[in-house]
Design a protein around this ligand. Sequence first.
Ligand code: ADP
Ligand code: MG
Length: 375
Amino acid sequence: MEQSRIRLDRVTKRWDATTAVDSISFDVTPGQFVILLGPSGCGKSTTLRMIAGLEEASDGQIHIGERDVTRLPPGDRGLSMVFQSYALFPHLSVADNIVFGLRSRKVPKAEQRERLAKVAELVDLTDYLDRKPAQLSGGQRQRVALARSIISEHPICLMDEPLSNLDARLRSDMRREIKALQSRLNMTVIYVTHDQVEAMSMGDRVILMQHGRIVQDGTPDELYNQPASAFAASFIGSPAMNLLPLVKGDQGAVIDGEPTTTVAPLEAAGGQLGIRPEDIELRPASEPGVPATVLSEEYLGADTIAHVTVGTHTLRVRLSGKHALTGQACRLHWTAESAHLFGTDGLRRHDLTPTLLSSTHRSIPRPPVVGSFQH
Ligand code: ADP
Ligand code: MG
């Protein structure tokens, strides 16, 4: 098992003036499903390609198991890779595409057939083995690419945005299929995506990158509940976390442009207050809270996203069910635990708690939770 441990130590990739990957270190334990997440151009693919050996690191070391593989060719690293483009040979049948790697490694014919039958079963392609890639759906082509990787029986699989060519419904099916295969075969997977839904739903662990660096490395739960920076906060969650600039008020920090309610300690002024759309309650205008007006709403079926103005800012509030609130004045309320504070440098302020709004509230009997209030 230890042979599938992956360790990056200050790995860097430079192209002339560009530093695509800037001194990245992380350690993947055997059997882990690790996501490299981040916006386009942040260095995810370059990192993966350096682990695969398709790109040479400018600096730093890569270990797989006990071996330093930094200068080894891809074929000697004991891993397989699945690409966004599938990279199938159009003139070969599904079967030949799947066994291509075994054939070039001169695996005996009988063993090839045996492994092909097993893998085809696993990814549900048994009835399609004689077809050409052009005769398959997008999802089936993706399965061929997966099968080709699984049949190699390497303990490590690297995947670069493998689902981005599929439509939304198929993507969700394939997310579950890949995850199930990974745990069934106990593979170590590093999976690159810019899609936070894939990251949250598939990863045991998510490494969030920005500008070639690691912003946060943790479980999906940690990234969601304790984002390390305003960037991490806004990248994960849909709709994104609301971020409001804070300025000095009389009693403490207030939301810029909305000086009537103190929402954080004075030391938070200059930074930002973050609140997720699902953590905000809309209450009648007669209740305590931050004064706001409902600008518009989007009905999504299971819930409604209300767009609410606070001073000069627009916030999104997620309400369960259907609501018609446009034009109404209201108060916003959230608990201290659900609010996040970020400093002027954008980093999470662990030392400060935005208690003031809820302490005002604590002295008053808790009103019923109001989503749709009619007066
Ligand atoms: P991601 O996969 O996160 O979208 P990449 O790793 O592909 O990002 O790219 C990271 C940065 O490196 C980008 O700025 C990109 O333009 C640059 N880059 C990638 N490949 C090359 C290359 N072969 N030559 C020069 N710059 C490159
Ligand atoms: Mg990429």
